[in-house]
Design a protein. Structure first.
Length: 166
């Protein structure tokens, strides 16, 4: 339940920030946010990261929907067994949902955070969730997935060994 609330809160924050940017910053314009670090720049991104696949918004919409649905299915099936897995899943679902809402509602994703200290893609709150959630999910899979089965397998194997001295 906590992770569902976290996911919903992140989607709401993402959508509020995007709304405020669309309402108060003209397209393509910037306003200072954190001096020498970030500006708020209103960008409409029809593609994925770094605007790749920008001519295929329908494919990105479909992919986002499938990822969100698969992640929700995995959560419901109990795939994520600990906090790391649940945090990563919550972040990925929140990011996917945030950008999916934009793609369905507007045909583009609203991006706004532009780094001023280095050249980088303009991004949004949902992108941050995905960027943090996906590596955490890889870490979860590397550290935990399959470990329980291995432990159970070892326990079963040792139960089948003859007692010492036989």
């Amino acid at each position: 339940m906590l992770y569902a609330i976290l996911t919903a809160a992140l989607v709401v924050i993402d959508q509020i920030v995007k709304y405020l940017v669309r309402a108060h910053i003209p397209l393509g314009e910037s306003v200072p946010f954190i001096p020498y670090v970030l500006d708020l720049t209103y960008v409409q991104n029809t593609g994925a990261a770094f605007s790749i696949l920008r001519q295929h918004t329908w494919l990105l919409t479909l992919t986002s929907a499938v990822v969100v649905l698969v992640m929700c299915w995995l959560i419901m099936r109990g795939f994520f067994q600990n906090r790391l897995g649940l945090w990563s899943a919550a972040l990925v679902v929140a990011g996917g949902m945030g950008n999916l809402i934009d793609r369905v509602a507007f045909g583009f994703v609203t991006d706004m955070f532009r780094t001023t200290f280095m050249e980088f893609a303009v991004f949004n709150v949902a992108d941050c969730c995905i960027t943090i959630g996906v590596p955490l999910m890889f870490l979860y899979v590397m550290l935990y997935v399959g470990r329980e089965e291995k432990k159970e397998g070892k326990a079963d194997d040792s139960a089948q060994l003859p007692p010492d001295g036989q």
